[in-house]
Design a protein around this ligand. Structure first.
Ligand SMILES: [Zn+2]
Ligand SMILES: [Zn+2]
Length: 211
């Protein structure tokens, strides 16, 4: 499995092109405003983009889902609990977006444990709500890689105070990810890569339900 990272607008988002060099099949983890970089690169490498896999439905992560899907025929995939965001964002301006993203359609609705195949690469869906209700991580056990979106980032985690967020769920999701092998490489939606075992603050994380 090959992975290329692109850092793109609107919020220095990391998007990842995952591909199988033998079969030339590829998946994109999040689109952000990355079409201008990703489309020519697909052509250069002679890749067929099969899926756009959304870690969650926030504007800055799904912005170019529709144009990339249209250009490549890739299937847009997102967790069932975040599907509504692909339409809703189009009517919901954000100060950091030049324009609201065009509405996208979920061609593939993900659930916990949904496996997506890109050539011989198996990408597993881990439902990790907390940042949004439908946030997921994409896990490739064979390559020891975990794409975490805005759930787990180096030294921190995504905000839980926006609509659909939940500190209690985030707590559970982080504890769950921390059970993965310590040498699992973590590729987050923003910021530098890390490893599960380097995020030892998760071991000390406590959550007390408000009363
Ligand atoms: Zn987000
Ligand atoms: Zn984000």
């Amino acid at each position: 499995m090959e992975v290329e990272t692109f850092v793109v607008p609107p919020l220095e988002n990391n998007i990842f092109l995952v591909y199988n060099a033998a079969t030339k099949e590829a998946a994109l983890i999040d689109s952000s405003l990355g079409a201008a970089k990703v489309l020519p690169r697909l052509k250069d490498l002679g890749l067929t983009l099969k899926f756009v896999l959304n870690t969650h439905g926030h504007h800055d992560h799904m912005a170019d889902d529709a144009p990339i899907a249209k250009e490549t025929g890739a299937k847009v995939a997102i967790h069932e609990a975040d599907v509504y965001r692909l339409e809703k964002n189009a009517h919901d301006p954000r100060p950091y977006m030049p324009t609201p993203p065009p509405p996208a359609k979920a061609d593939l609705v993900l659930k916990e444990a949904t496996v997506v195949k890109v050539g011989s690469v198996e990408i597993e869906t881990i439902h990790t709500p907390g940042h949004t209700e439908g946030s997921v991580c994409f896990y490739v056990p064979a390559a020891n890689v975990l794409f975490t979106g805005d759930t787990l980032m180096a030294g921190t985690f995504g905000i839980t105070g926006a609509p659909g967020g939940s500190p209690a769920m985030m707590y559970r999701s982080l504890k769950r990810l921390y059970e993965l092998p310590p040498d699992t490489q973590v590729l987050p939606g923003h910021g530098p890569p890390t490893h599960v075992g380097d995020e030892s603050w998760i071991a000390n994380l406590r959550y007390a339900a408000p009363h």
